[in-house]
Design a protein around this ligand. Structure first.
Ligand code: SF4
Length: 157
């Protein structure tokens, strides 16, 4: 039975902006044994692989959803709509599969759930959620970073 929704890059899909993945073998094992499904909100929202890096300017994911902040890429292109579209698809997947936990890649402007980059493209981070993490939390889902989840797995094993 599906219990988890996981960022696609964490299970080995090469969907990051730079065409790479961030494979965590223990998370991919959850896909292989049917306990998890995955999504890349940015790609399913309409962005390409590779694509220019983007950051949230003027707030965090909740601010983007409320129309108070935007997601802008390194060429200055406004990609807010794609980020919101992808978040909505991820939410529908989580709801349709009744997942108990969502495990999303740390620091991403879509998937980050503790810290995100601050919009200056300088590597600085601020406390906040990415757009998808914010939408899922607003709908009652528990969202964990991969490290928090992997630490939890160690504790219970
Ligand atoms: Fe896609 Fe999220 Fe991974 Fe970025 S962090 S590549 S949006 S799954």
């Amino acid at each position: 039975m599906v219990k988890y929704l996981i960022s696609a890059c964490l299970v080995g899909q090469q969907v990051r902006y730079d065409g790479q993945d961030c494979l965590e073998a223990k998370l991919n094992a959850l896909i292989e044994n049917g306990q998890a499904i995955c999504v890349c909100p940015e790609v399913i929202g309409g962005l390409s692989i590779p694509r220019r890096p983007a950051e949230i300017m003027g707030g965090d994911g909740a601010d983007v959803l409320a129309g108070r902040a935007k997601v802008i890429d390194t060429a200055g292109v406004d990609v807010t709509e794609a980020f919101i579209n992808g978040a909505q698809v991820a939410l529908k997947l989580a709801q349709d599969h009744h997942v108990s936990h969502v495990i999303l890649k740390a620091n991403s402007p879509s998937c980050g759930s503790q810290l995100i980059y601050d919009g200056s493209f300088s590597g600085q981070k601020i406390v906040g959620n990415g757009v998808t993490a914010a939408l899922l939390k607003q709908h009652g889902f528990q969202v964990w970073t991969e490290q928090v989840f992997l630490d939890h797995l160690k504790e219970v094993s």
